[in-house]
Design a protein around this ligand. Structure first.
Ligand code: ZN
Length: 318
């Protein structure tokens, strides 16, 4: 049997100030900082990873903070909304929480069987809190500031905006094995693997939208899961056979990655589930120290000196 992509691995976006980013995702949204490292291709920039207790695939949102860089523009050829899954009874709690932190939101609005709250982070990155019709079985990070019964369970899905959707749809279904699940108006929903939260991608067809531009407050790429290296190799072969420019396998220390651009312009990655974030620090210490890959360790002193200071969140405070 050919491999199946189980769902989303991670989403990577561009932030402005790293401290503001850290405070928003850990202090307000209640995610765990699971890794504090640097951009391996640009080691004087942080790479911050947020997720659940272990940073499991399906709920990892990562940022490259570029302090002082210009804002990007949301548009076609981009991932334009990242959605987190929350329990349905928690929406009222979240509306109060966003309001008390001065975050404007829209909704709840109905989309298919879900209730959706839409808002932006401090850099204008578009986020959603989605309550699905069925309970999400995934466990939350319990030591953050949000009580466990209200807390984020991981991603619900992602929305990509496209000038035209057919070629993207064909790549998702015929090549990557997603199936078409729903549609309404210009929104076409696909699901990976067994579907449900963490495996949903909505393709929004926006023929008149200007192209997106990467910058602060926009998504850089989305990664889909490969269960192991073998499956990643299989996907690499398939994608290369179709004529896409796909990178060689790159070692990202916590997973291995290949990248290619889908026909509508969104940068796709396929990342392996192993080894995960406990590869270089124990579960209880995730995110507490600046971690560097072996080839950057010799430059630690200079890297630490050039990175802006970052104050880590206190845990266990409700
Ligand atoms: Zn990535």
């Amino acid at each position: 049997m050919s491999p199946q992509i189980p769902g989303i691995h991670h989403v990577t976006a561009i932030a402005g100030d790293p401290q503001q980013n850290l405070d928003f995702y850990t202090g307000l949204l209640g995610l765990r900082l699971v890794k504090r490292t640097v951009n391996f291709d640009d080691p004087y920039t942080y790479h911050l990873y947020y997720g659940d207790q272990l940073g499991r695939p399906g709920g990892i949102l990562t940022f490259f903070p570029w302090p002082g860089a210009p804002r990007g523009r949301r548009g076609a050829g981009q991932l334009t909304a990242t959605s987190f899954s929350v329990p349905a009874p928690a929406l009222g709690y979240w509306m109060e929480r966003l309001k008390s932190h001065g975050v404007a939101f829209e909704g709840p609005t109905r989309r298919f069987e879900e209730e959706v709250l839409t808002f932006g982070d401090r850099d204008g990155l578009q986020l959603e809190l989605v309550a699905g019709s069925e309970a999400d079985p995934r466990g939350p990070w319990k030591e953050g500031p949000v009580p466990a019964d209200q807390a984020i369970r991981g991603f619900y899905g992602v929305t990509v905006s496209e000038e035209g959707y057919e070629q993207t749809a064909a790549l998702l279904t015929a090549t990557l094995g997603f199936r078409r699940a729903r549609e309404a108006g210009n929104r076409f929903r696909y699901e990976a693997g067994s579907g449900g939260p963490g495996a949903v991608v909505d393709v929004l067809c926006l023929p008149a939208a200007p192209p997106g531009r990467v910058g602060v407050g926009t998504v850089h790429h989305v990664a889909w899961r490969a269960s192991n290296d073998e499956e990643q190799k299989y996907w690499r072969g398939r994608i290369a056979d179709l004529g896409f420019n796909v990178t060689p396998v790159l070692d990202r220390n916590y997973f291995r990655s290949i990248y290619f651009r889908e026909p509508g312009g969104v940068l796709f990655e396929i990342a392996t589930d192993p080894p995960g974030f406990t590869a270089d620090e124990p579960p209880e210490q995730l995110g507490t120290r600046l971690k560097l890959p072996p080839w950057l360790e010799p430059h630690r002193a200079e890297i630490e000196q050039r990175l802006p200071p970052l104050h880590l969140p206190a845990t266990g405070t409700h």
